[in-house]
Design a protein around this ligand. Structure first.
Ligand SMILES: Cc1ncc(COP(=O)(O)O)c(C=O)c1O
Length: 485
């Protein structure tokens, strides 16, 4: 143990390294393929997927909010899936193989539900893995948005909702021959300077439209600001006004602990390619609280259930192949399934969820996430560029109001050069035009040293971007910026 006077300075690389050494989850980094800087620059496909996460050439990948990295286990499980298909053909649907960690394809959907249930705090029967976020959102809206123009017809969303959510809500309104101008309510931030939404503000919009609102659609974590909404409080408030609420958990799932069942959430949708690391466009999932997916049978055998756009995979498993055209919904979220699922997708997702099991679930991940994001924030706040207001952090400061991501808003005119310079330095973050970059240390694979390296590269890249901007401004005959970094 170092004595106090040997302690490295909090802004030094040594300090970051010492934090990594104390991180109980540090071994998980080796479970992932982290692209090297050379790989990111390469223009051709490498012969085999490989990376050496311990290599000095590893890139600084802080982009799990957009696309999570590939777990090493994914290609192992995929290969096992390919071997099953190659060696069994159609038998793969129902023939269990000794030594195989994979379920038969007929049981793959339930295996996926078992794996995702604990991540979102749901009973296994309340979740299903299929389709993509927007497709699932439409399916749930088709069941639970039943507008009545003389009574409840409005959908409340945020004004800066992810475009796909906005389009889904708007098109559902149109689908019911209603007018979005009258039926779509958007919650706007109170000021141009702050893009976040205060809980009280959301509640007051609910109050204002309570009598005419059929449904609320909000994000668990806002994609642009990284703000984590108070899901239990807002859900409870919606219910007080008898309003159904759906949560878009694209940026929350695998990022923060969720307790969808206990919070009494009505329904939720998510994708799995961000913090869940299942691969681009792989199957998303959804949650329907058990109270909304009950199937009751009357004395004459008639089934009563919430109607839905149905398919054969939502129908009772034992009679599914009877082909008698009688839909017998499976109680629970599985009853909302449509098609036989993509085993390719499910294999990829469940492989990555095995890594979450190795982590011990969401609680230890959140513990690390809080530390690593706070560390990143402190480093950023200590930079000259921050004190000179070249950027600001638009994500809430309060830890209970954010997940892994910090969104940095730059002065105008810096983004393009900055992103190019970061890429040059092997640093991967993403941008939201015109001026925001999103930086997300994913606790499964990012290190404190990654954050340290990012902040160093960010400072240098900003210097170049500022010089380029000054040059441009001079060319345009404007005065030179006084700022330096
Ligand atoms: C908040 C949010 N909602 C919806 C989507 C759309 O997801 P999908 O393309 O899987 O439908 C995304 C995609 O990034 C997202 O970030």
């Amino acid at each position: 143990m170092a004595s106090p006077d040997q302690n490295p300075h909090v802004s030094s690389r040594e300090y970051a390294v010492s934090l990594d050494a104390q991180d109980p989850l540090r071994h998980l980094r080796a479970e992932f393929l982290i692209p090297s800087r050379a790989q990111l620059k390469a223009k051709s496909l490498p012969e085999a997927a490989s990376s050496d996460s311990s290599s000095h050439d590893a890139s600084v990948y802080l982009c799990g909010n957009s696309l999570g990295l590939q777990p090493r286990l994914t290609s192992v499980r995929m290969q096992q899936y390919f071997s099953t298909w190659a060696s069994q053909g159609v038998f793969g649907h129902f023939k269990p193989l000794n030594e195989s960690p994979l379920p038969t394809w007929l049981d793959a959907d339930i295996r996926a539900a078992e794996a995702i249930g604990p991540i979102v705090g749901a009973q296994v029967s309340e979740v299903a893995v299929m389709e993509t976020l927007t497709a699932n959102l439409h399916l749930l809206l088709s069941s639970f948005y039943k507008p009545d123009i003389n009574h409840r017809h409005k959908i409340i969303i945020e004004s800066q909702a992810f475009p796909s959510d906005h389009f889904a809500a708007e098109s559902q309104i149109l689908h019911h021959n209603l007018d979005p101008a009258a039926s779509l309510v958007t919650i706007k931030p109170l000021s141009l300077a702050d893009s976040t939404l205060q809980t009280d503000q959301i509640l007051s919009v609910i109050d204002k439209h309570a009598a005419t609102t059929a449904l609320i659609l909000l994000p668990g974590i806002q994609y642009y600001t990284g703000q984590l909404f108070d899901i239990p409080k807002i859900t409870e408030y919606a219910h007080r006004h008898s309003i159904f609420i759906i949560w878009d958990l694209a940026h929350a799932v695998g990022n923060v602990p969720l307790k969808l069942h206990d919070w009494n959430v009505d329904a939720a949708v998510w994708c799995s390619y961000k913090y869940l690391n299942s691969g681009p466009g792989a199957a998303g999932g959804f949650f329907v609280h058990e109270k909304h997916s009950k199937v009751s049978t009357s004395a004459d055998g008639k089934k009563t259930f919430n109607n839905r756009l149905s398919g054969w995979w939502g129908s009772d498993k034992s009679s599914r192949f009877a082909m008698d055209n009688r839909f017998v919904p499976i109680p629970g979220a599985a009853g909302f399934q449509l098609s036989n699922p993509s085993i390719l997708d499910i294999t990829s997702l469940t492989a990555s969820l095995e890594v979450f099991e190795k982590a011990g679930g969401m609680e230890p991940l959140r513990e690390k996430s809080l530390k690593i994001t706070a560390y990143l924030e402190n480093l950023l706040l200590s930079t000259d560029a921050y004190s000179q207001r070249i950027f600001e952090i638009i994500t809430p400061k309060e830890k209970e109001q954010r997940g892994a991501q910090l969104s940095l808003k730059l002065q105008a005119g810096l983004l393009d050069v900055l992103m190019k310079e970061l890429e040059e330095r092997g640093v991967v973050v993403d941008e939201r035009r015109p001026d925001v970059i999103r930086v997300a240390p994913a606790p499964l694979y990012n290190s404190f040293e990654d954050c340290w390296e990012f902040v160093k590269a960010f400072g240098r890249a900003l210097e170049v971007a500022l010089k380029a901007k000054r040059g441009e401004m001079k060319l345009e005959g404007t005065t030179e910026l006084e700022m330096t970094s």
